[in-house]
Write a protein that binds this ligand. Structure first.
Ligand SMILES: O=C(O)CCC(=O)C(=O)O
Length: 218
């Protein structure tokens, strides 16, 4: 079984579409109501422009050769993810290691135990990630991901109250961080290109590569 499916194997709840009320950091976070944006806002971060174009190119140079050897996977009925290929990496060249240590220093407390391999997920333009909660057995309280090549929308839906949701705009070269409640109490998903509308604005979802760091369960 693929690494990702080991990590992503809890509930798959369909997202619910309701009228949108934006609030607060409407540039990158909108939600079903302003209280939710305020309450969960501190556990959700989107840092735009976290890496430069040169840094994105350095990551791509290092990742593309191993990704290109794989095929995109489609149409497995039980998969949490559609139209993807993936890899994981422990050893990085100096330029990429520097980027990843910056990610770790903003996302995780000093001394946290991190999952050794960094997970790399390459979504085809037609690919998407269905709603899921990362397995508590394999992943700790924090998920931090860099978005390469494309803007995208991550949707969070409250597991026990599906009318409560947040949409995060993840611009190309941004870093997102999900912590605590945002990680445990909400499903997260990456929307299909054709569903990618953020706060009323269409967002073109192209091929997208994410580079994801996680900590270990406490
Ligand atoms: O591609 C992403 O940034 C999200 C990946 C994801 O859903 C996960 O790793 O649980």
């Amino acid at each position: 079984m693929k690494w990702l499916l080991t990590v992503l194997k809890q509930s798959y709840k369909p997202a619910v579409y309701i009228s949108r009320v934006s609030s607060g950091r409407a540039d990158v976070v909108v939600g079903s109501n302003p209280e939710l944006v305020r309450a969960v806002g501190s556990q959700v971060e989107v840092r735009t422009g976290f890496i430069s174009e040169e840094e994105e190119a350095a990551l791509l140079r290092e990742l593309e050769p191993s990704l290109k050897r794989k095929r995109y996977e489609f149409d497995h009925w039980d998969d949490a993810i559609h139209g993807y290929r993936e890899t994981e990496r422990v050893q990085w060249g100096a330029a990429c290691e520097e980027i990843l240590s910056r990610v770790r220093s903003v996302a995780f407390a000093d001394g946290s135990s991190l999952l050794g391999p960094v997970h790399v997920l390459d979504l085809d333009k037609a690919g998407y990630i269905k709603p899921h909660v990362d397995s508590v057995k394999f992943c700790g309280s924090t998920i931090a991901g860099l978005s390469l090549l494309s803007d995208s929308i991550m949707r969070l839906v409250r597991v026990d109250a599906p009318s409560e949701w947040l949409d995060l705009l993840l611009p190309r070269r941004s870093l997102y961080i999900l912590r605590d409640k945002a990680r445990y109490d909400f499903t997260h998903e990456i929307l299909k290109d054709e569903e990618s509308v953020f706060n009323g604005q269409r967002v073109n979802r192209e091929r997208r590569i994410s580079v994801i760091c996680r900590n270990l369960p406490g």
